[in-house]
Design a protein around this ligand. Structure first.
Ligand SMILES: [Zn+2]
Length: 495
């Protein structure tokens, strides 16, 4: 047997053979190999194409000629193991002038979630996405790089006798020693989501560099990552390793080695009113503005807080803070110190009300029953205000039918909660103006119209006439001051 193996190894220059079927069984067949006068055994799994279900005798008959590739000696059957499938693979590639592993630039004919069809050397080739939700394939598809007419680099795989096409895949570049190499990446895509455990906002940027390679950069706590890193902008990155499964490189932004910085939207020493969004025993995060989060360590509150910070501050509380350190380039947060508490958010356990800023809403958005919850919320708000617009005082309702609207002060899109403390009853016109930041309500309950609207003169009198008037806020269910501060800062045009 050993000698036979050596014979094979020395004589394997001619692996292609034509075998004549001499006996057929349910799962295999014996063949006389014409060139080398040897006996070959073909297992059903090595037949390829559509002929893969037994019995084999249905597909092959004695005397049939089958082109095969000799794989090696099979001691079990005491003969040469041959394969028709590999013959198809190799011969088809040969005819196209291709080798498995070749990398070619090809033109895309059609691209979808299911598969992408490309043209290579006049033949159709298929590119299938890996299972991973964020593979290189999906990044390219989502960023519109996999699109009809575009060109893409692919690596030649096997011939698929079943579909009559070639299988290709995106080259998996396993570069060793890239750890620490610096590159210019071009931003292609963003993804953001909350990490359950710590209420941290995790954002991911996908950036292309080099020859169609893609880096995956993780960032934490940068709220508006899309405006910080617009699609198409260039970011300096330091590469980690390539994940062979997704085909993406792990990378970090090179903060310290370049002049690249996130835009500073807050100046040092600035004093602001900031809603608390997260508290632990040792520190708290607050929303300085819609783009940035501040972090205050427990030590900055010391004196007033002897023990655990979360016993004294709650999400939804409004604090006055001072910015003490610029943006932490790893976490994206500013360091702030706590000056004083401006508005205490009622303990949710006492009032049964959730926070005004509902960090969990993102996670809950897929749950059932959201519609009826919204409907209840609307009705409760309308009742609290007796169906009157708190800006103009008009009451557009007939019996049970009401045209009035429950406006979120912190909008749902900014994780505002469905609670009365985060709501105003407005008529459709003033709801429209409120959501666009044309009007807001200040700490003295006065309606304020944006300066740019007031500058328009006569055309906007219907709105500007309200400037300085008192808003008719519900007495029993007052709106949260923190929510109004948030609206003034983030939605109101003068904010
Ligand atoms: Zn109104």
């Amino acid at each position: 047997m050993h000698a036979r193996y050596e014979e094979f190894m020395s004589a394997n220059t001619e692996l292609f053979e034509v075998g004549t079927v001499t006996r057929v069984f349910e799962y295999g067949a014996y063949l006389d190999l014409s060139k080398t006068q040897r006996i070959g055994y073909l297992h059903i799994s090595a037949l390829g194409g559509v002929y893969t279900t037994p019995p084999l005798s249905d597909k092959l008959q004695i005397g049939d000629a089958v082109p095969v590739v000799v794989r090696g000696f099979d001691p079990k059957h005491n003969c040469w193991e041959v394969s028709h499938k590999e013959y198809l693979n190799q011969k088809s590639l040969e005819l196209l002038g291709l080798k498995k592993g070749d990398v070619r630039s090809v033109i895309i004919r059609e691209a979808s979630e299911v598969r992408t069809t490309v043209q290579i050397e006049g033949s159709v080739a298929y590119l299938y996405p890996p299972q991973h939700p964020w593979s290189k394939y999906r990044v390219l598809l989502e960023s519109k790089r996999l699109m009809e007419g575009n060109s893409v680099q692919v690596e030649v795989g096997n011939w698929d006798a079943k579909s009559g096409g070639l299988l290709v895949h995106l080259p998996n570049v396993l570069v060793h020693g890239v750890l620490g190499a610096a590159h210019q990446g071009r931003v292609m895509l963003h993804r953001s989501n909350y990490v359950k455990k710590k209420y941290k906002l995790q954002s991911v940027i996908y950036a292309s560099f080099g020859d169609d390679l893609i880096a995956r950069v993780e960032l934490t706590d940068i709220l508006d990552v899309e405006s910080a890193f617009p699609v198409g902008s260039v970011v300096p990155i330091i590469l980690g390793n390539c994940d062979p499964y997704t085909g993406l490189f792990d990378a970090q932004i090179v903060w310290e080695r370049t002049a690249f910085h996130l835009p500073n939207v807050v100046t040092l020493g600035e004093v602001r009113e900031a809603p608390i969004i997260w508290v632990s025993p040792y520190g708290a995060r607050c929303l300085i503005d819609n783009r940035v989060i501040g972090f205050m360590h427990k030590s900055s509150v010391i004196g007033s807080v002897p023990e655990h910070l979360n016993q004294h501050l709650h999400p939804g509380d409004l604090a006055e803070i001072r910015v003490t350190e610029g943006r932490d380039q790893t976490h994206g947060t500013y360091k702030v110190e706590f000056l004083r508490l401006l508005d205490r958010f009622a303990d949710p356990e006492e009032t049964g009300e959730p926070e005004v800023i509902d960090l969990e809403s993102v996670r809950r958005s897929g749950t059932k029953g959201g519609f009826s919850r919204e409907a209840n919320f609307r009705w409760n708000v309308l009742e609290a205000y007796d169906h009157c617009c708190c800006v103009c005082g008009l009451r557009f309702s007939i019996g049970e039918a009401s045209a009035m609207e429950a406006a979120h002060v912190v909008p749902r899109s900014h994780r505002g909660s469905n609670v009365i403390r985060n709501a105003l009853c407005l008529c459709p016109i003033h709801h429209w103006a409120f959501d666009r930041g044309l009007l807001t309500i200040d700490d003295e309950r006065q309606i304020r119209i944006a300066a740019s609207v007031r500058a328009l003169g006569d055309g906007s009198v219907w709105l500007t006439a309200l400037h300085g008037q008192e808003a008719a806020l519900a007495v029993d269910a007052p709106v949260s001051r923190a929510a109004l501060v948030w609206h003034r800062r983030n939605i109101f045009l003068d904010g």
